[in-house]
Design a protein. Structure first.
Length: 73
């Protein structure tokens, strides 16, 4: 398993291309790993494992490709 790479929440959002609400939702569901210091209050930074973001996207189902447009004679 890859060694964790950590970033604060704003940098993790930028890395993933998602907003804070979606990131927090994925963290809450356990789909993305994050840590916060014990006893940390509201302003304590949340650290997000960027490898877990990579794994999340790698495990999403493939998007269907576009069907080719038939040529007209």
């Amino acid at each position: 398993m890859a060694r964790p790479r950590w970033a604060k929440r704003p940098q993790a959002c930028k890395y993933a291309g998602i907003g804070r609400t979606k990131l927090d939702e994925l963290i809450g569901e356990g789909r993305i790993e994050a840590r916060k210091e014990d006893g940390g209050g509201r302003n304590t930074p949340v650290w997000v494992d960027l490898n877990s973001i990579d794994a999340f996207f790698a495990n999403l189902p493939r998007a269907p490709g576009k069907k080719p447009v038939p040529e007209h004679p």
